[in-house]
Write a protein that binds this ligand. Structure first.
Ligand SMILES: [Fe+2]
Length: 168
């Protein structure tokens, strides 16, 4: 794994665990171990696909099934770019919070969702199709932010996440 992907994943884990703690406080069933594993593994295949092409979330999910057999963690890895269903926090907390935490980390910094997408538009907005997909993804991430904030009764947009010493 490339060092910048490792650092990014550690920060995603930090934010994801802070959201998981909020969920636990609200009485939602959530496994800290699954949250941490999903966050640390969500870009597992990225280094490979940068070199050889392919879809890093699908390949990463397949590797997680093969290596761990944990389908919940694999689901969170596969869907960390796009959630294909309705946004129901009670039902799909793990993949939704991993997707959201990933969108709050730009490289090695905690940022607003909009800042993260601005960076993605610059780096990957190479044609109309890609731009459309990213606009859809931005809208979905904002919807997830709103749903998570409502359910957890915490304004995640304004919440001062910290890196909790996970990244040196
Ligand atoms: Fe990713």
């Amino acid at each position: 794994m490339l060092p910048q992907i490792r650092d990014h994943s550690l920060l995603v884990a930090s934010v994801a665990l802070q959201i998981a703690e909020m969920a636990r406080a609200k009485g939602l069933p959530v496994s800290r171990r699954q949250v941490e594993a999903s966050a640390l593994l969500h870009d597992l295949a990225k280094t490979y696909t940068i070199r050889y092409g392919g879809n890093h979330s699908q390949l990463g999910g397949a590797w997680v099934v093969n290596l761990t057999g944990n389908l919940a963690v694999a689901q969170a890895v596969i869907h960390h770019v796009h959630w294909p269903g309705e946004i129901i926090v009670q039902k799909h907390l793990l993949p939704l919070l991993i997707l959201y935490a990933d969108k709050r980390i730009k490289h090695d910094r905690i940022v607003y969702v909009e800042d993260r997408f601005e960076d993605l538009f610059v780096r990957y907005g190479i044609n109309g199709h890609r731009i459309k997909l990213m606009q859809r993804s931005l809208k979905q991430t904002q919807a997830i932010e709103n749903k998570l904030s409502q359910e957890l009764e915490v304004d995640l947009y304004a919440y001062p996440f910290d890196s909790r010493g996970l990244v040196q």
